[in-house]
Design a protein around this ligand. Structure first.
Ligand code: SAH
Ligand code: SF4
Length: 381
């Protein structure tokens, strides 16, 4: 539990709280209300009201809350805030994809304290791609984020904040869409960072996003993508219960060791064992395996057959991702003809194997292209 005595004194010069109320669990909010001497009988009602205004109403100031005593709202605003992290830059792709570069408070005066959040509109859904860390400790050789050192883990509030920021900007709050025609229908933890190396904050944030009294995203429509941090996979199923995606990219250790170096610590045999158990915990649904198509590296028809072999016991869908190049990358994307042949081998063996259409490439918002570069973007303005 956090030391609330120091948290409570976190007010700025205007006597306004700086601690985010979003990102707190309902029981943490309720504990705070006890300290504000809210009568015990009213505590759960007041907690629910704060929750509803925050996650259904989309309020950004406590004064917008209508059905709570002024005195309590004053107390809340002295200690807490609903303000979002500021947007440093917004870029719109010609395919409708939007990328927001979000400023976060820096530790140790680091200059690189930004993350990227991407909205991808499609015909029947809208997907928000959320970051879990600034940078990444892993350095998968084909990934742009992997070239950026880990600056720090995000807090639960900073993870939830990305969804709130996107909803603000897309005008996607419940009050504006009473028929529930929401624009953001899906969330994928596929932005910057390895979510399982920030497990506690990611778990807290995803449980808030899927809470049915608030943001109410369906757990089936929330996907956590991991490079394969085996010891946490079971915990994702048991404690969060969202859909799982695994960045596989190779069916043989020799190749995966190079593409996804964490494979040396958690080799394919262990990873596949964890994946085999996941659907049992989760009661049926398929695991998505991501497979980046790299010319002459992992794209032969023999590679496809090896893939079929290791996935034979796992209900799976294989997402084939054409490699998205970035400045300085050493790989080349496989030819589309080869990708299609590769996909056919998989589908002939009964696997669903869609080829992902690259989105937002012109604004470096596609898979693996994310890397906030404060200086580069500032100098472009
Ligand atoms: N760290 C997590 C989630 C973020 S990466 C993970 O690795 O799963 C999201 C997906 O994009 C991963 O499958 C990753 O392997 C893939 N990716 C990374 N760089 C890419 C690139 N340049 N082109 C295509 N896909 C890439
Ligand atoms: Fe990190 Fe995922 Fe990129 Fe690998 S692919 S470096 S785990 S963000």
């Amino acid at each position: 539990m956090m030391d609330t005595s120091t948290e409570l004194s976190s007010t700025n010069q205007n006597n306004q709280g700086t601690k985010k109320i979003y990102g707190q669990s309902q029981s943490e909010i309720s504990e705070e209300l006890e300290k504000f001497h809210v009568p015990r009988k009213q505590n759960s009602m007041r907690t629910k009201q704060i929750w509803n205004w925050t996650y259904l109403g989309g309020v950004t100031e406590f004064s917008e809350i209508k059905n709570m005593p002024k005195e309590l709202l004053n107390q809340l605003s002295k200690n807490y805030t609903l303000a979002r992290n500021p947007i440093a830059n917004e870029q719109k792709s010609n395919d409708g994809t939007i990328k927001w570069l979000v400023d976060l408070p820096s530790e140790n005066n680091s200059t690189n304290n930004q993350i990227e959040t991407v909205f991808i509109p499609e015909e029947n859904r809208g997907t928000l791609c959320i970051s879990s860390q600034i940078g990444c400790t892993l350095n998968c050789s084909f990934c742009h984020t992997g070239t950026q050192k880990l600056v720090r883990n995000l807090t639960a509030a900073e993870i939830v904040s990305q969804l709130l920021i996107a909803k603000d900007n897309l005008d996607d709050w419940h009050k504006n869409n009473p028929n529930n025609s929401r624009k953001i229908t899906n969330v994928v933890m596929m932005g910057m960072g390895e979510p399982l190396y920030n497990f506690d904050a990611v778990k807290k944030a995803l449980l808030i996003m899927t809470d049915c009294d608030g943001l109410a995203l369906s757990k089936r429509r929330v996907t956590l993508s991991t490079s394969g941090i085996v010891p946490y996979i079971e915990r994702v199923g048991n404690e969060i219960g969202v859909s799982l995606a695994v960045s596989l990219h190779a069916a043989k250790d020799e190749i995966r060791d190079i593409l996804v170096p964490i494979n040396k610590k958690y080799p394919l045999k262990e990873l596949m064992k964890a994946c085999e158990s996941y659907p049992k915990i989760k009661n049926s649904s398929k695991i998505t395996f991501e497979y980046v198509m790299l010319k002459d590296i992992n794209d032969s028809l023999q590679d496809a057959k090896d893939l079929i072999k290791i996935l034979s016991n796992i209900p799976s869908k294989i997402n084939l991702i054409p490699f998205n190049p970035w400045p300085g990358s050493n790989y080349v994307c496989s030819d589309m003809r080869q990708i299609k042949e590769f996909a056919k081998v998989l589908s002939d063996a009964g696997f669903s194997s869609p080829i992902r259409r690259p989105r937002g490439q012109d604004i470096l918002a596609a898979c693996g292209q994310l890397k906030s570069e404060t200086i580069r973007l500032r100098s472009k303005k």
